[in-house]
Write a protein that binds this ligand. Structure first.
Ligand code: PHE
Length: 455
């Protein structure tokens, strides 16, 4: 069969290391860092969670990012073609497709949440500080089908527009501008939160071990969060790897992506945990454990009650929006790339075709809280359902498929050859080989089982 590359069309590529790092870090840094990481850290033991998280970034995360980038760059294909490159068996095709389908299913519901963020940002711009901090503001908003759908469409159009412009002019260019802005805005919000009266208790809560909250779930959750946060096992890094030139150092690039992603997660912890302590005092730890409502209910309350509420509300939701946008771009890029490679579509046609699916699935999630409120899948509304099957079920399976592909088909020698192709040494080779051979798969099975049981 022929692909665009065989037909003599050149595969798109990033201009160089910075392009890859910005795009991959843009993918990694997202709602997971800002919304999920802080409450998980607060719920599962503070510093203990943080340490487990850091170790797992350095071990499992490193293995997965490196493997996927290697697989993508070696084969110059999106996931399906990349797996097939190593063998034309049912197992290879299953591994490829599961990696390819995950981003197609995540992009829609992820963008629905992106739409909520936009709604908050615009409402702050209109000065609705008191209203947003009110008790029912969030529930009222998501129970209106039209508003949720409208803001989802605005967010979706932003994503589609960037994809339309292609890898260098769209994805890379946008990420290169947005990522630095995001870092600066994060520092601003962080300073604001940490200087509120009472914030110091929050900083302590985050950086001191909270042994009463440590259980074996600390480990499972930290590792699961790390995979999600680094955008591992979702086909994305295979796709982005396929756009990476061979003179770029894989090890340097992946290390930088890990660094940025972890930096923003820690900064987000420092934006959210101290602010909640400043506002709730002794009840803060209870509020933090409540989890997901943190960003859309608790933070607006905090902003509503403190100085500069409007300004900080705008800055905070703008930064969350930028983080979410670059992640959704990477999800859609992966999906579109599969349509191009597997169905031989041109980029504009692939963008429009997947764009249609994206809007239909996103609309289901948008309407799941209102118009379609009675429809439940496995007892969940659409958004939670898509989140559950992708992150809790498919992601660990996709990650296992990648590890097996490395061990059985690519081989450790093959990985080393690709990592050292530009002449650089493979510094973390021992860690890589040990973890991929003996630890990764076992842990992924544990994560799969425990997240399904916890559903
Ligand atoms: N890594 C992103 C985050 O932390 C989420 C994401 C997952 C993005 C999968 C793309 C793909 O929010």
């Amino acid at each position: 069969e022929t692909t665009a590359v065989d037909k003599g069309e050149k595969r798109a590529s990033f201009t160089g290391r910075i392009g890859y790092v910005m795009a991959a870090a843009g993918s990694a840094i997202g709602l997971g860092n800002i919304w999920r990481f802080p409450y998980l850290a607060a719920k599962y033991g503070g510093a203990v969670f943080l340490i487990v998280y850091l170790i797992s970034v350095y071990t499992f995360g490193y293995v997965l990012i490196t493997s996927e980038t290697v697989i993508g760059r070696k084969t110059k294909k999106s996931p399906v073609g990349a797996f097939r490159h190593f063998g034309n068996t049912k197992a290879h095709s299953f591994g490829g497709w599961i990696n390819a389908i995950i981003p197609m299913l995540i992009a829609p519901y992820y963008s629905v949440i992106g739409g909520w963020v936009l709604y908050y940002m615009f409402s702050y711009m209109q000065g609705q500080v008191k209203e947003l901090g009110g008790d029912n503001a969030f529930t009222n908003f998501i129970s209106s089908g039209t508003s949720v759908e409208f803001w989802f469409l605005v967010f979706a159009v932003c994503t589609i527009a960037v994809i339309f412009f292609g890898v260098q002019n769209g994805v890379e260019r946008v990420s290169k501008v947005l990522l630095p802005v995001l870092v600066v805005l994060s520092v601003v919000v962080c300073i604001y939160s940490c200087t509120r009266p009472g914030a110091i208790d929050g900083i302590k809560y985050f950086f001191i071990p909270q042994m009463q909250n440590v259980s074996w779930m600390t480990f499972v959750t930290a590792i699961g969060q790390m995979f999600y946060s680094l955008s591992c096992a979702m086909g994305i890094l295979i796709t982005y790897g396929s756009y990476m030139k061979r003179d770029v150092s894989i090890e340097k690039s992946t290390t930088q992506v890990e660094f940025f992603d972890t930096l923003i997660a820690v900064l987000a912890g420092l934006m959210i945990i101290p602010a909640v302590f400043a506002f709730y005092g002794n009840d803060a730890s209870q509020t933090l454990k409540a989890g997901p409502s943190l960003m859309f209910i608790t933070m607006p309350k905090v902003f509503g009650s403190m100085g500069f509420g409007m300004a900080i509300g705008i800055v905070f939701f703008l930064l969350v929006f930028l983080a979410a946008l670059t992640s959704s771009i990477s999800l859609m890029e992966s999906a579109v790339s599969t349509f191009q490679d597997e169905l031989g579509m041109s980029r504009p046609i692939a963008t429009l075709t997947y764009g249609g699916i994206y809007i239909v699935l996103g609309t289901l999630s948008s309407l799941g809280f209102n118009v379609l409120g009675n429809v439940k899948l496995l007892g969940m509304d659409f958004l939670d359902f898509f989140d559950f099957i992708t992150n809790s079920v498919m992601m660990p399976i996709a990650a296992i498929a990648i590890c097996l592909l490395v061990l059985r088909s690519v081989t450790l020698k093959g990985v080393e050859d690709e990592v050292t192709y530009d002449g650089a040494p493979f510094k973390r080779k021992k860690v890589y080989n040990f973890v991929v051979k003996y630890v990764c798969i076992a842990f992924l099975v544990i994560i799969l089982v425990s997240s399904v049981l916890n559903a």
